[in-house]
Design a protein around this ligand. Structure first.
Ligand SMILES: Nc1ncnc2c1ncn2[C@@H]1O[C@H](COP(=O)(O)OP(=O)(O)OP(=O)(O)O)[C@@H](O)[C@H]1O
Ligand SMILES: [Mg+2]
Length: 255
């Protein structure tokens, strides 16, 4: 179980998280939605201590993440896969080496075991023959899938996906959604998915949380969010632009 408890985080004078609380239960996929720049990536970086809270606590499987020793932190990062928002592959390394990287760092498997794990992981994301190719030779969607393969190669208990479908066409997005569902249902992976894409949120989510103004505005099942009566949540999920009075003259001037 992952728990963020009343987390506060600012950068200089910019307040990002202001009492962010969220539980992620075993086996579920928690989707985090919210406007760009509201702190979704910042929130999940706390789970693997890429960021530390100014106040509040982060717990994973009963351990307070911010009091872990270096060795305990490595163990934590081995069980929490992280699929970065921008695939973050190393351009000078082959796809196979990119996927193998975390396993080599762990130093627990032999070379042949690593190779086997790499092949298996790429097959799981439907990219069987790309091991010897380089990131620049792949499409954006393929690179995103390599990012997922790299995370699952470690056989993590948890996977954090930061906008896995953003910028992809609907068909490729659906493939990635299917993959995240398979991770949960076949491998029992507990997931956290950040997305702006409501179609994807409804497809993969067990529950959905909306981040707004530094806190969780609402968290609930897919149906509860879909039928939310909260005006802020409704506006986001319906994708309507706000037209305040300042915008009105601009619009009429354009006609
Ligand atoms: N390391 C950092 N140093 C300073 N400011 C940061 C840092 N990381 C994030 N921020 C700021 O925190 C705010 C939240 O950023 P974050 O990346 O979490 O947004 P987001 O909700 O993930 O947005 P998007 O949907 O565009 O990815 C932004 O204003 C961003 O500029
Ligand atoms: Mg982000």
């Amino acid at each position: 179980m992952i728990q963020l408890k009343d987390v506060y985080k600012s950068f200089g004078s910019k307040k990002v998280l202001q009492g962010f609380t969220l539980d992620v239960r075993e086996g579920e996929t928690m989707v985090i939605i919210g406007y760009s720049g509201t702190g979704k990536s910042v929130a999940i970086k706390h789970i693997v201590r890429l960021l530390e809270p100014d106040a509040g606590e982060v717990w994973v499987d009963g351990q307070n993440v911010n009091t872990l020793s270096r060795a305990e932190l490595s163990a934590l990062r081995a069980k929490v896969g992280y699929v970065f928002q921008f695939a973050a592959l190393f351009d000078s390394m082959s796809i196979g080496d990119n996927v193998a990287m975390g396993l080599r760092k762990q130093g627990q498997l032999s070379d042949s075991e690593i190779r086997q794990r790499v092949v298996e992981s790429l097959r799981l994301v439907d990219l069987p023959d790309v091991e010897s190719r380089f990131p620049a030779e792949l499409s954006g969607g393929m690179r995103k899938r390599v990012g997922i393969a790299r995370a699952i190669a470690l056989r993590p208990k948890y996977i954090l996906y930061d906008e896995p479908t953003t910028g992809l066409d609907p068909v490729t997005s659906a493939v990635i959604d299917g993959l995240m569902i398979r991770m949960r249902d076949q491998l029992g992976v507990t997931g956290v998915v950040i997305t702006h894409d409501m179609r994807s949120a409804y497809a993969v989510g067990t529950r959905i949380a909306m981040l707004y103004d530094g806190t969780v505005r609402q968290v609930g099942s897919v149906d509860e969010i879909r039928h939310s009566h909260d005006a802020v949540v409704r506006q986001f999920i319906e994708g309507k632009a706000t037209l305040d009075d300042d915008d009105a003259p601009l619009l009429s001037a354009g006609r």
